[in-house]
Design a protein. Sequence first.
Length: 439
Amino acid sequence: MLVAFMIKFLAMLATIKRLVPEPIKNAYHFLQALFGALFFRFPSRQIKVIGVTGTDGKTTTVYLIHHILNESGINTSMISTVEAKIGDKVIDTGLHVTTPNPFKVQNLLRKIADAGSEYAVLEVTSHGLAQERVAFVKFFAGIVTNITHEHLDYHKTYNNYLDAKAKILNGTNCRILNRDDTSFKKLHRRGTGHLITYGVNKDADFKAENISSDKQGLKFTINYKHKKISDKVEINTKMTGKYNIYNMLAAFVVAVCLGVEKKKIVAAINNFTGVRGRMQYVDEGQGFDVIIDFAHTPAALENILKYLHTIKEGKIIAVFGSAGERDVGKRTMMGKVATELANLSVFTAEDPRSEDVNQIINQMAGGAVKAGGIENRTFFKIPDRVQAINTAIQTLAADSDTVVILGKGHEKSMNIGSKEYPWSDELITRNSLKTRLKR
C-alpha cells in the first residue's frame, strides 16, 4: 500500500514538474532516485546490473542477454521497453517510456533482488541517463549499441546526446562498445572498467565473419580474443536481418565476460525466437510477406530496407510515420531513405501528440520529393494509420511482395492530442489480411 501511494504521489509531482526548467527537473529526478534507493535499500548493490543503451537495438540486445543467461541456468531478470521479467512474473513497463521513473526503477530492482536474481538486464534511454532516472544504479557492465540521428529535439546537439549515452559507462567493471559505430572514437575513452569491442567491418575483440543471410535466418562465425585466449564459434540462428548480428555480438560478449560456457551461449542464441514487434512476420495465409518492426529512426529504417532487398521477390512497400513533438530533423531523412530503398511508401501517423499529423507527413514527403519520389505514384500520404495499413495490404500489395509496417512495433497505444488511445499494429494488420482473404 505504501509503495502504491508513493508511486501515485510521485506521478502527481511529475505532472507539476512539466512547467519547471530542465535543470531543475533533473535535480528532481536525482532526488527521486536518491529517495527510491534509500527506500528500497540500494538494491543494485545486491545484484549485478547490465545496462544497455543506444539508438537502435537496445530491446533485442536486452532480450538476448536475458535469454542466454537464463538458458544457461543463471537466474536473471530484465527491464525493457516491452516489459519487465522478474522470475516467472511479467510486468508491463509503460506505453512510451523505456526507462521508468527513478522510484519505479529502484522498486523493480528491489523486486529483482528479492526474487533471487543474480543479474538484472536494464534497457536505458538517453533521456533516462540525462534526467538521472538511473542515478544510484550501480552498473556492472555498460553497453552502447550505436548512436545515430534521434532525440535531438531534447538533447539539441549530437554531442549532448552522446554525453548522455556515455553516462552508462561510468563506474562499470566492463564497457562493451560497437567498434563499427561512428560514436566509438568519442566513446572508447569514456567511463571505467575493461573495454571490449565487437563489430563486423573493423578490427574488434569479437568479430563476425563469413556471414550468410536469408529469410530462414543468419549464419556466421564469431572470432574472438578474450583474456589472451583466441577462439571461434559458429552461429546458426533463426533471427533475420544482418543488423541483428550486432545485437547478438553484444549479448555474446556479455555472456563470455560473465564466464558462461560458449556451447551454452551458442545454443541459446540459436534457439532465440526474437522479440514481439521486432522483425515480426504476420501470416494469415496471404501470398506475400508482412512484417511489423519498431524501426523509427533513419538508420533503423535504412537497415531494415537494405536487408529486405537481399531477400525480396517482389516490391517492398513501407508503411511508417514520424513521432510528433520529437526530432523534427529526421522526418525528411526518413522520407528520403524510404524513397531510395522502398518501391512504395505510405506516410502515416505515428504518435503525432499535439502536432498536426498532416504537417509531419508533409515534411516526410518533402524528403521523398527531393529523392525523386512522386506523390500517389511512389509515395502516398494517408494520415489515418488503419487506412494506411489497409491500403498497403489490400490495395498495393501483390503476391511475392513485402509489406513492412514500421515505427510502433510492440506498443499498445497511440498518442494523439497528448492522450493515449489503445493501439496494436499486429491486430490491425491481422484484421486487414483477413478482410483481404475473404474477398
